[in-house]
Design a protein around this ligand. Sequence first.
Ligand code: MSP
Length: 663
Amino acid sequence: MSDEPKKPFYITTAIAYTSGKPHIGNLYEIVLADAIARFMRFSGYDVYFQTGTDEHGQKIQDKAEAAGMAPQTFVDMISGEIRRNWDVMNISYDRFIRTTDPGHMAKIQKIFKRYYEQGDIYKGMYEGWYCKPDESFYTESQLIDGKCPDCGRPVEYAKEEAYFFKLSKYAKRLEEYIESHPDFIQPESRKNEMLNNFIRPGLKDLCVSRTSFNWGIPVDFDPGHVVYVWIDALANYITFPGYNPDGDDEPSFKKYWPADLHLVGKDIIRFHTIYWPIMLMALDLPLPKKVFGHPWLLVGGGKMSKSKGNVIYADDLVHSFGLDAIRYYCLKEMPFAQDGNLTYDLIIDRVNGELVNILGNLVNRTMAMTNQYFDGVIPAKCIDEAMDSDLINEASTIFDRVSEKMADLRISDSMQLILDLFRRANKYVDETQPWVLAKDPDKRERLGGVLYNLLEVIRISACLIRCYLPDTGDKMLKMLSCSDDSMESCLSFGLLVSGTKLGASEKLFERIDPVKQMVAVEEYLANKPKSAAEAANVIAAAPATEETNENPPDEGSYITVDDFGKVELKVGKILSAEKHPDADKLLILKVDTGEKIRTIVSGIAKYYKPEEITGRTVTVVANLKPAKLRGILSEGMILMAEHDGKLSFVASSDDIPAGGSVR
Ligand code: MSP
């Protein structure tokens, strides 16, 4: 180990709006940042990883009102939920910040005043179109079909006194900076987009205060104005590490600024590569080294939205599939520059195909063979150059190869390298056939050597896997009774100590039965308690976080009469009911719906005995796509009313016969 002080590495994520519970797309960004932070720590850097919540603005004020709460109480609740979600995903942030922090707010007031006093900000009159969800003003010519050019929602005409930032003053300097620092905006395609679509055509002055609401940081020298939420939010990257607008910055700021990496979604790259650098130039501060605009995670190929009902939350996924399975999916499945996709089928496929078949399989069989042939004691090294050099070479070079990919932020590619090493080791098992060696007492030494090599591949990989899947990496090291997880030890093959007793074997990942799993997921989602923050996503007056981006929004959470007309509801009579042989919660019903007798599998066994409901009149969703539930084809769904854990059938009076329509 050298005595040199560690090199600092400052990484940030975007700070999430406290408008509702974050979905798996928001969490993808945080998991990505976490893997990078862990990898940099492992590589010997002094890492500072900052994340947190963005808590001001009209959108949040509206949401708090809709929830019947004071804004501060509302953001306290949502910020707590966001932090809980980060913790569920095992995020190793060094600091979780909140923009309602009084220290931050005081610094923003001073920064704003400095801009004003040095002539970067001036007072004027704003007249134009305002998009509430985006908290942004637009000119008539910027609108697209009369709607917000960024998010496609309706805009309102507004005229108000406001402060403006002279972006144009810094445009030339920014352009030169971007051109002379090829790494500043990544991926490359985003850099060209910023230069060609925004900077070169000319930057308009930016409206940086609001008077139409008050949930923001007051402009202290002009009551009634609050600071534009993006000025407040972007500056978090300097205020919290210890920037001091009065001079004499804290040592931590001197150490970590400029940030090495701002990791943000593609939708907010403009804010981070135009407004933010100009804000810093105006403060005479150096610019961050890199802004990486990551792609988006889509669900079933589309954007998540509450009106589509396809919003997936990270904690629900972790509940159903396990933490490291979901971390793996986010990190391995997401491409470098194009949007990635998430479906339950794909998660199951990756767990079974990669985590169980490749990673789990190698660890299981290596542990099992060492237990069986050597009583669980790590055998002695015995290298056969001809057979082993390829595997040893791959394992000895894995850290350097992974580092190269990580330096380019190609996280998925770096994980692929580790997976390939596991594939290679599985092939080595087939090539060396330890079970054949075990039959010949003369080959015992060689058998030991083969198992040693496999255990050593597992040890080296475990050190790296800990950066992506911390729990899995820890379990692997524990199985090897290995406490040395340093980078130095990861670089050298052959450090595992022969004669050491292995720890207890543990299954790393369980194979998933797709059908059973989907029934379990549906049951869980239908019955899980909803947190207040999740409820806020539904009751919100303003559109939810996930809709505040460049994709066209959905038309609120209403459905039209035509949408409703698509659901065919019929009066049904339950002819018989019996318990599902394979599922405690399900009953199998025969229901007369006029045109036919249907089999309907219903999750009501906890509430009703079969004999209690025979003869009952019910309402059936008759055109629901038939689906197998625990092996039995269900041809519809029974409507139930629910309150406080009590269930009751939704039914017409008994004089409407089976088959009657419900409208
Ligand atoms: N509050 C601003 C950021 C201010 S940073 C100084 C904001 N918040 S957000 O809650 O809307 O988004 C937080 C991050 O999540 C952003 O980087 C955004 O791009 C990202 N994502 C939101 N939906 C996403 C996906 N579906 N997939 C991946 N990332 C997504 O913007």
